[in-house]
Design a protein around this ligand. Structure first.
Ligand SMILES: O=C(O)CCC(=O)C(=O)O
Length: 288
């Protein structure tokens, strides 16, 4: 009888084989990361980088249709920060398969992994639809809930996808260049602000410490964005992915996406269940 080679997900995470496989847990190879070196460098230096036109027109149309339908029942924000004229839909990994390509875009993952130099996971995915008249949000940082002295090593990276064009007038995300390395808990006075102007299908990637805000939508149309936040795999995720995407649902997802939402063991020990990788739970029929 031929011996079946065990893959990483079959292994007890404490075994030497499993531990030696820790290095294979990145989504990008060293080669992939070399290819995105200049974008990763820009992200490191300025705190953000824009990749233009990464989605085909047909794909973008499908995404718009899907998000439009998901937003039919979406409530408006109930706080100044959330935006009284802003709709958000959360837990999108559970709600639709139309966006998987965006979370898993190899170039994006390579940039995020270059920046964090670590194993990564999805922290939260949500759509942000700025309705006509929505005023600019206050500047904030996406890593503010990790209470470490600043500046600190990058902990998370946001990818804000433009599902509609992000323009001067419709509330393109506002960014404060270089603020990711500042020790201050607010943007310094007289700071520069840039708008993430980009055609639909583009993505602005920014360090979680970068001050940013949704812009003012002064048009009569809405501005749909999709925020995909990645973090180091050993940090608590912003949205609870295991409740949002429980095993019964997760087992139908493509393996890379299961891994990206956290069904995996990190640094040998974090996240196992009964001495096994949680990916085994996804393969157990009838028990989920
Ligand atoms: O909508 C945007 O452009 C940014 C939104 C944002 O940063 C947030 O809601 O935390």
């Amino acid at each position: 009888m031929g011996s079946k080679k065990l893959s990483a997900i079959d292994l007890n995470p404490f075994s030497p084989e499993a531990q030696s496989m820790e290095q294979t847990k990145r989504f990008s190879s060293e080669d992939d990361r070399k290819k995105v070196h200049s974008d990763a460098q820009e992200l490191k230096e300025n705190g953000y980088v824009i990749l233009k036109d990464r989605l085909a027109e047909e794909k973008l149309r499908k995404i718009r249709t899907e998000l439009k339908s998901l937003h039919e029942e979406a409530p408006k924000g109930t706080s100044h920060f959330g935006g009284f004229e802003t709709e958000r839909v959360y837990n999108l990994v559970a709600r639709t398969r139309a966006l998987d390509e965006l979370y898993l875009l190899p170039e994006l993952l390579a940039i995020v992994e270059s920046h964090l130099d670590d194993q990564i996971q999805l922290s939260i995915v949500s759509s942000v639809n700025l309705l006509p008249g929505q005023s600019a949000q206050s500047f904030h940082r996406d890593d503010a809930y990790y209470p470490l002295p600043r500046p600190h090593m990058p902990l998370n990276v946001n990818a804000m996808w433009a599902i509609d064009d992000f323009t001067e007038e419709n509330g393109a995300t506002l960014l404060v260049p270089n603020s990711h390395v500042s020790a201050s808990d607010q943007p310094v006075s007289g700071h520069k602000t840039v708008k993430a102007l980009m055609p639909a299908g583009s993505v602005v990637i920014y360090d979680g410490s970068l001050f940013h805000a949704g812009g003012h939508n002064q048009t009569v149309n809405s501005r749909m964005g999709l925020t995909v936040l990645y973090c180091r795999a050993w940090l608590r995720q912003q949205e609870n992915q295991f409740l949002g995407v429980p095993p019964a649902l997760a087992k139908h997802l493509p393996r890379p996406l299961q891994k990206l939402i956290g069904y995996w063991v990190v640094n040998n020990l974090l996240g196992y269940l009964n001495e096994a990788s949680p990916s085994q739970l996804l393969r157990t029929k009838g028990k989920n």
